[in-house]
Design a protein around this ligand. Structure first.
Ligand SMILES: Nc1nc2c(c(=O)[nH]1)N[C@H]1C(S)=C(S)[C@@H](COP(=O)(O)O)O[C@H]1N2
Ligand SMILES: [Mo]
Length: 423
């Protein structure tokens, strides 16, 4: 098991190559034969450290352990999104959860020696925990929590915003198991001047510079102290996938997923707003007041994104589906609203001129996405679009056009549209 993970980590970097060599030493020729799918007949003559070329031409989806239907936007670092029809499950399976990496994941993880350190100016004591200690020292909880990248939907902004051109798929809602962040923070003691927490992970900077940290973000103490804010080691009852933070990560449901630190090694309790890389400047921030598209906005006029906005997807049918005239079409999907709950879900087949209410489920727990469904009738043959619109319990609705342009293209919660042909 550990060895397989090792192989999955193999990628195009020199450092990965060295881990691959270690793998060869560990695995031996019979294991390589089974991976190659045939006996390596002259295996005993294979120079030590040389990878059979068939194993070198890896399937990228095997490398990242994700479903082949996902879309790879970038492989250095890995950024991979999920088409809406593959987000149809109520609980997102591990191989269908998007990947958003800012750096290079750790090449080797030794789970029994992994430690999480709690420190910082506002920590009364500093302490390190092994994963086994975390598991047994604090009550374990499981919550279904929605994580969505702040840049999900970026590809629709005009003028375009730099960054990964996410369409709709940088979101998912698996079930996470771990301990409450607040229990762990309280065990070391939180000083009354604490305002924020900041995470540090074991991933390394894309430049290879060991002094640089790819990302280190966090949340205000109030968010950290919510019951659902987890230090998680499992997704859907299994170890976290490597690309999603194995062996330990933070999960803050409903907030930009950039706050959910992966490969988690330390958490600082801060007496200031955390100032790690990608907390300041233009990163994960939007203009404090709306600006016209294409504007340049000074750093001091940008505000940190907190709760994500109300949003929904149609996960069935797949966009482009065809239906016979006279047949009724069952449609369904999910909706979420950051810190809030979705109160109403509607769909339109006439480009938003009229709306029909949908059936809407309650979330499994706070910050879990909700499911919606309805049945549609089409009056005649032709092309239609199904538009889905959620409204939260604060009466915020999804806009029909791309909302508030901002320099980095965050927070696009426009209605999801799918195409339907009636024949
Ligand atoms: N250590 C670390 N944590 C991280 C990141 C990262 O690059 N390194 N990316 C963040 C961002 S921007 C997002 S959107 C989420 C993505 O989580 P996922 O890859 O598990 O879907 O992880 C966050 N946590
Ligand atoms: Mo993100």
């Amino acid at each position: 098991m550990g060895i397989v993970k090792f192989l999955y980590l193999a990628s195009r970097t020199a450092r990965m190559k060295s881990s691959r060599r270690k793998f060869i030493k560990l695995a031996g020729i019979s294991a390589l034969s089974s991976l190659a799918g045939a006996e390596i007949v002259y295996g005993s003559k294979l120079p030590s450290g040389l990878m059979p070329v068939i194993l070198d031409q890896e399937d990228p989806y095997k490398t990242i352990a994700k479903d082949k239907g996902l879309t790879i936007l970038n492989d250095r670092p890995w950024n991979v999104e999920t088409p809406p029809h593959l987000l149809d499950d109520d609980i997102t399976p591990a191989d269908k959860l998007f990947i958003r990496n800012n750096g290079i994941p750790p090449a080797e993880v030794d789970i029994s020696n992994w430690t999480l350190t709690i420190n910082g100016e506002s920590a009364i004591n500093s302490r390190s925990f092994t994963i086994a200690e975390l598991k047994k020292s604090f009550p374990n909880y499981t919550y279904q929590l929605t994580i969505e990248c702040g840049g999900n939907g970026r590809s629709e902004f005009n003028p375009p915003a730099k960054g990964n051109q996410w369409t709709t798929g940088a979101v998912g809602c698996p079930e996470w198991t771990g301990v409450r962040l607040k229990d762990v923070l309280e065990s070391v003691g939180i000083n009354s001047d604490a305002v924020y927490i900041g995470y540090y992970g074991a991933d390394t900077h894309i430049s290879g510079d060991p002094t640089k940290v790819p990302i280190s973000r966090g949340v205000p103490i109030a968010k950290a102290m919510q019951n659902e804010s987890l230090i998680a080691w499992a997704m859907n009852g299994k170890d976290l996938p490597i690309m999603n933070g194995f062996p330990l990560r933070l999960v803050f449901g409903g907030w930009p997923a950039s706050t959910s630190g992966k490969w988690l090694q330390s958490i600082a309790i801060r007496n200031v707003v955390h100032d790690g890389p990608k907390m300041g400047g233009q990163s994960y921030r939007v203009p404090c007041t709306p600006v016209s598209p294409g504007s340049t906005v000074a750093d001091e006029d940008m505000c940190i994104i907190e709760s994500m906005p109300v949003k929904s997807i149609t996960s069935y049918p797949k966009s482009g589906a065809t239906i016979q005239l006279g047949r009724r079409l069952a449609v369904r999907g999910h909706c979420w609203a950051g810190e809030y709950k979705v109160a109403k879900m509607e769909v339109s087949i006439d480009f938003g001129a009229s709306w029909q209410a949908c059936e809407l489920s309650n979330p499994r727990n706070r910050f879990a996405w909700q499911h919606w469904n309805t049945v549609l009738d089409f009056p005649k043959r032709g092309y239609y679009e199904v538009w889905a619109k959620a409204t939260d319990d604060q009466d915020n609705s999804q806009p029909m056009v791309v909302p508030g342009w901002n320099p980095r293209g965050y927070l696009n919660n426009a209605t999801h549209r799918i195409a339907i042909k009636v024949v």
